[in-house]
Design a protein around this ligand. Structure first.
Ligand code: DC
Length: 218
């Protein structure tokens, strides 16, 4: 049986930074499920699909073959065989992913791949529905959150470090809208699993959060 650590939480809570660190310390693979939803959204955007057209999304999503591989320990997402890591981290793709991830057909395809990965390797997997739907039997479940203001500041710092010009107020509004959307969709909404440990990282350092998760594994 593989060992499974599930980390869920809203946008910008620091899931990927923490998950990567814990995966490295444990020698597990890190599976970033948001990147898979982003790759799907990127594909649908490039196909010109209207985000509100659920039928078209269901029809078109079967044309996206999404797989992952690891290069120097980093997850690389392949969309129809091409590395899309460099193009999926934009706000446009993130917003599209939040909308298109509501589609049952999209979730069915990506959830199957996530389950398969977790069955074959020890994993730290992060997302929105890992503890509730993808890996309900995970050994450790964490719901990682932080205030919207702290999350907006982190995203702002990340984007400005990449040279992007952005407005922190607008980022916070977008984060709140994304939370609303991810928490209130009918299928696999973002919520804390009953047996997940709540960690609020607003006033914690990366190391403190990672240590907390490591201690939960003991
Ligand atoms: O974590 P992220 O910002 O890369 O995720 C982008 C979107 O993908 C997020 O707003 C909702 C969706 N998502 C999801 O529905 N389920 C997951 N397990 C991961 C992400």
């Amino acid at each position: 049986m593989s060992y499974q650590i599930a980390i869920d939480g809203p946008a910008g809570a620091g899931k990927s930074t923490i998950a990567k660190k814990v995966a490295k310390e444990k020698g597990f693979i890190y599976v970033d499920t948001g990147a898979m939803y982003r790759a799907m959204a990127f594909y649908l955007l490039s196909e010109g699909v209207d985000p509100q057209d659920a039928e078209m999304i269901a029809e078109k999503c079967v044309g996206a073959d999404i797989t992952i591989r690891y290069e120097d320990g980093e997850q690389v997402v392949l969309l129809n065989g091409k590395n899309v890591n460099g193009v999926i981290r934009t706000e446009e793709v993130g917003k599209m992913a939040s909308v298109t991830s509501k589609n049952p057909k999209v979730r069915e395809r990506l959830t199957a791949l996530q389950k398969e990965l977790a069955n074959t390797s020890d994993v730290v997997m992060d997302g929105r529905d890992i503890g509730t739907c993808v890996l309900p039997g995970a050994d450790v479940k964490v719901y990682l959150t932080a205030s919207a203001a702290v999350r907006a500041k982190r995203r702002y710092d990340e984007l400005t470090a990449k040279g992007e010009i952005c407005d922190i107020q607008k980022i916070e509004e977008d984060i709140i809208a994304r939370d609303e959307q991810d928490m209130n969709r009918p299928i696999a909404p973002l919520r804390q699993a009953e047996d997940a440990i709540l960690v609020d990282s607003s006033d914690m350092t990366i190391d403190e959060v990672a240590d907390k998760i490591m201690s939960l594994c003991k």
